[in-house]
Design a protein around this ligand. Structure first.
Ligand code: PNS
Length: 164
């Protein structure tokens, strides 16, 4: 039986912290599905299509990495795609409470699906999509913290915003 894992998130945008987790998991599973959550209530900086496009630019050529989006409950999506594992990254203690609640709620919803946590390299322990957007918007450098395609898209996005 193939080991399929889903790596869900907002990915608004994907960071090198996410990439670090994906790389660490790559040899552990036969297939990893990077699943971008679509939440119409939560307006991000990038549209769902833009997030998917950036991830496809990075991982589109990997045979065992699938890029997808989902709406609704994560466990329903995981079951639909045949994933028994949910991968989440854990950067610091501050992540723990939210992750703990989410893992237990997901387990209650479907106890055949397990959540596993991966620690990114310490270089990325303070990196979050939220901080990346904030720093970039205030003209700080995010070089080395996001893939080059994300840096490029951030530039385009904020240029467009400034011209509005
Ligand atoms: O990158 P994020 O924002 O930390 O990812 C959170 C995400 C998208 C994984 C989480 O909000 C989620 O699973 N949303 C889908 C809806 C759902 O299943 N909610 C119940 C989770 S306990």
């Amino acid at each position: 039986m193939k080991k399929v894992a889903v790596f869900p998130g907002s990915f608004d945008p994907i960071t090198n912290g996410h990439i670090d987790i994906i790389e660490r998991c790559n040899h552990l599973f036969d297939k990893i599905i990077i699943a971008v959550a679509y939440n119409p209530e939560k307006k991000g900086l990038f549209t769902l299509e833009e997030r998917l496009e950036m991830i496809t630019n990075i991982y589109g050529h990997h045979k065992n990495i699938i890029i997808d989006s989902f709406e609704g409950l994560l466990v329903h999506y995981a079951k639909k795609v045949g994933a028994k594992i949910i991968i989440r990254g854990l950067r610091a203690i501050s992540d723990f409470e939210y992750e703990f609640q989410m893992a237990l709620m997901n387990r209650r919803l479907d106890d055949k699906i397990e959540t596993i946590y991966m620690m990114p390299h310490e270089t990325y322990s303070y990196v979050s999509s939220r901080l990346i957007k904030e720093v970039f918007q205030l003209n700080g450098s995010v070089k080395g913290l996001v893939p080059p395609i994300v840096e490029m898209k951030l530039q385009e996005k904020f240029r467009k915003k400034l011209n509005k």
